[in-house]
Design a protein around this ligand. Structure first.
Ligand SMILES: Nc1ncnc2c1ncn2[C@@H]1O[C@H](COP(=O)(O)OP(=O)(O)OP(=O)(O)O)[C@@H](O)[C@H]1O
Length: 513
């Protein structure tokens, strides 16, 4: 990959004849892509892996099997570096914001385990927002964005002294974007930057992006046809393993792609519905009486900060609820009280599955009633287990499989994986699956034990439109067949299945009627 090839005038970045391979399979072939000065690119289409790999290739994070990427924008920086003895690379001028963050503890020894968030005393090893941003120094002197600028742009002022581990999902996304900005790159590569942001943050994003672009940074982002910011000048459309179409945004017939990505009502094939019925006939979890959840004046406090304030909520068996609220409203904290991850559940008046919390029940007694999936679980789930092991671990509520399983359990796991279209991947390690298939695998894990309560926190995050529609139809079917109680969190109305008929909205930790 040479960055010293001769640049056509105004060309900043060029990919030529590139073939990208993942786990032995071609993801993208013969890809050509060129960014000229003043162009901002949105990459849409499917599969997600191809978009993600294209960004990673431009960021220099994956090997290109054939072809090359030329970073002409870095030429003068590299030339100026020659002779002064310092090591310079075009990587210094490119920042990539992935879908998942890789923040580490200060000792840099481990990823945070995900319950750690709700045990505030454990968070001492985590850097604060300001510490992280301050230590992310650019390798060059062309500083357009300081730490303070980035904090202001992304509205992180109130969070600046907070440990990273304490941030909500949406707050973490904003921090990831800010971290990339303080590298002061020439090229900013964003993988679905709006995912996890609430409606208001998404509407502010256009202005944020404009400010970034006006400072001279060029943006290339993977996104959906529905969410192409107005300041994007060009679009590239991925279809299967090629860049099918690319050009100025006003010359691409976007409606076609928007229609493809518009939520639709998928009808599950009869055979699939039959399988679901059979799987639920083997229900092992005994049904219990209502209410499933009863919260009476529940509050959660960390230090002097009240995160949840006077929550009264009753969920009857078989109900399907949408839990709504802005980023940082307290949704995940509320869920952590239900799924046994938050020690403050004991000091509150909470009845779960007919039993008051703090009356001798173990966390496992609680967890065995619940199927759970969330962005945090996905983030921290060890990826070295096979797909089959991951799904089977749902029977034991462990993060990975450490027990022997019964043949019937194994058979059910295989059938669920067939339903989710993951039969081919059964023996593959989770790490080798694309992020959307990993998510489907964790969804199968949540469902496999036929739990009394399904907690689905942003379950469609990262799913393709087809997978999303399929998953919603599956939820409707499961709810109809099993009567499983559901709590569903999403910042996108179109992600919510039609079986969800009740809602609770949080605002700054309180119920908003
Ligand atoms: N241990 C902690 N100490 C201090 N503040 C915390 C702690 N854990 C969470 N918070 C704060 O509590 C607020 C609520 O966080 P929570 O994750 O419940 O929000 P959320 O509604 O799920 O947001 P999102 O939509 O972004 O996922 C956030 O502002 C977060 O920073």
């Amino acid at each position: 990959m040479s960055s010293m090839a001769t640049a056509p005038p105004f060309t900043l970045l060029e990919m030529t004849g590139a073939t990208l391979v993942r786990n032995g399979a071609i993801v993208l072939q013969h890809a050509g892509f060129c960014v000229q000065h003043g162009q901002q690119w949105a990459i849409i289409g499917e599969p997600e892996t191809a978009k993600n790999y294209l960004l990673q290739a431009l960021a220099g994070k994956v090997v290109i099997n054939q072809g090359a990427v030329h970073h002409f924008h870095a030429s003068s920086y590299l030339q100026a570096g020659e002779g002064n003895g310092g090591y310079r690379t075009h990587h210094d001028l490119v920042a990539y914001v992935p879908f998942h963050h890789h923040f580490r503890s200060k000792s840099n020894t481990q990823n945070f385990y995900y319950q750690q968030r709700f045990n505030s005393a454990d968070a001492d090893d985590a850097a604060t927002v300001r510490e992280l941003l301050s230590k992310t120094r650019p390798k060059h002197n062309d500083i357009r964005w300081t730490t303070d600028d980035a904090i202001t742009l992304f509205g992180l002022d109130k969070l600046a002294d907070k440990a990273l581990i304490k941030l909500s999902n949406g707050e973490t996304r904003r921090l990831m974007l800010a971290t990339a900005l303080v590298k002061n790159p020439n090229i900013l590569l964003l993988d679905h930057p709006l995912v996890g942001l609430d409606v208001e943050a998404r509407s502010r994003f256009e202005g944020i992006l404009q400010a970034i672009i006006q400072s001279g940074i060029h943006v290339i982002m993977a996104t959906t046809p529905q969410e192409i910011p107005r300041c994007m000048t060009h679009v590239a459309v991925i279809e299967n393993d090629t860049i099918a179409i690319q050009g100025p945004v006003d010359q691409i017939y976007l409606n076609k792609y928007r229609q493809l990505a518009t939520p639709g009502n998928v009808a599950l094939p009869d055979a699939m519905r039959g399988t679901i019925r059979t799987l639920f006939e083997q229900r092992t979890t005994p049904a219990i009486g209502s209410p499933i959840i009863s919260m009476n004046d529940v509050s959660v406090r960390y230090g002097d900060k009240l995160i949840l304030d006077g929550i009264n909520w009753r969920v009857e068996q078989g109900e399907a609820w949408s839990l709504k609220g802005h980023n940082g409203a307290g949704k995940s904290t509320l869920l952590s009280l239900i799924n046994g991850d938050n020690p403050q559940a004991y000091s509150n008046d909470i009845i779960l599955f007919g039993r008051k919390r703090g009356t001798g029940e173990s966390i496992w007694d609680i967890k065995k009633q619940i199927g759970y999936v969330s962005p945090e679980l996905h983030q921290y789930f060890p990826k070295n287990h096979t797909v089959l092991q991951v799904v089977l671990s749902g029977y034991f509520d462990t993060v990975g499989l450490f027990r022997k399983v019964a043949p019937a359990q194994r058979e059910a796991a295989v059938r669920w994986l067939q339903l989710f279209g993951l039969s081919d991947a059964i023996q593959q390690r989770l790490a080798l699956l694309s992020p959307d298939k990993q998510r489907l695998c964790l969804l199968a894990r949540a469902i496999i034990k036929n739990p009394n309560l399904l907690i689905l926190d942003e379950p469609c995050q990262g799913l393709s439109p087809q997978h999303r529609d399929f998953f919603k139809a599956l939820m409707d079917e499961i709810h109809a067949v099993s009567g499983t109680t559901i709590i569903y969190v999403s910042h996108y109305e179109e992600d919510i299945p039609s079986c969800v008929t009740k809602y609770i909205r949080l605002e700054q930790g309180r119920i908003k009627l």
